[in-house]
Structure formats: structure tokens, C-alpha cells
Design a protein around this ligand. Structure first.
Ligand code: FES
Length: 68
């Protein structure tokens, strides 16, 4: 699903940026994918996706640490 229409950025791309490039806030997302730097209407949704993905990532890392 497209989150940032201005820059054609999807929720999947945002999640990948969190998982693979340590993106943790809008400023870093803007720098990484260019999202949220024009009209700004996507910022609230993008922020929520970053928060969810960061939480999922932390849970996966915790499970991996416990398994090793
Ligand atoms: S929809 Fe993301 S900057 Fe406009």
C-alpha cells in the first residue's frame, strides 16, 4: 500500500528501511527513502509504520538472542 503518494513509497519499503537500515524516525526515513518531504500528509501514517516495525524488530531480536 502506498503511504507517501508524493514519492511513491509503500509501507513495505518503510518496514524494510526499519529492518535493514536502522531507520527509527521520520527524519531518517526522509533521508533514506525521500518520503514525507513534500506535502507531509503521509507523516502520521509513516510514523505509525516505523513504530510498529521497530517494535516487531525488537521482538525478533529478543527472540533470536534468547534462542542462542
Ligand atoms: S504524501 Fe508523502 S510527502 Fe506527500
Amino acid at each position: 500500500m502506498y503511504v507517501c503518494i508524493c514519492k511513491n513509497v509503500t509501507d513495505r519499503q518503510i518496514r524494510q528501511a526499519v529492518y535493514q537500515q536502522d531507520v527509527s524516525n521520520i527524519r531518517e526515513l526522509r533521508s533514506c527513502l525521500g518520503a514525507c518531504d513534500q506535502c507531509g500528509k503521509c507523516a502520521r501514517d509513516a510514523k505509525e509504520i516505523i513504530r510498529e516495525a521497530a517494535s516487531e524488530r525488537m521482538m525478533m531480536e529478543t527472540h533470536a538472542a534468547m534462542a542462542s
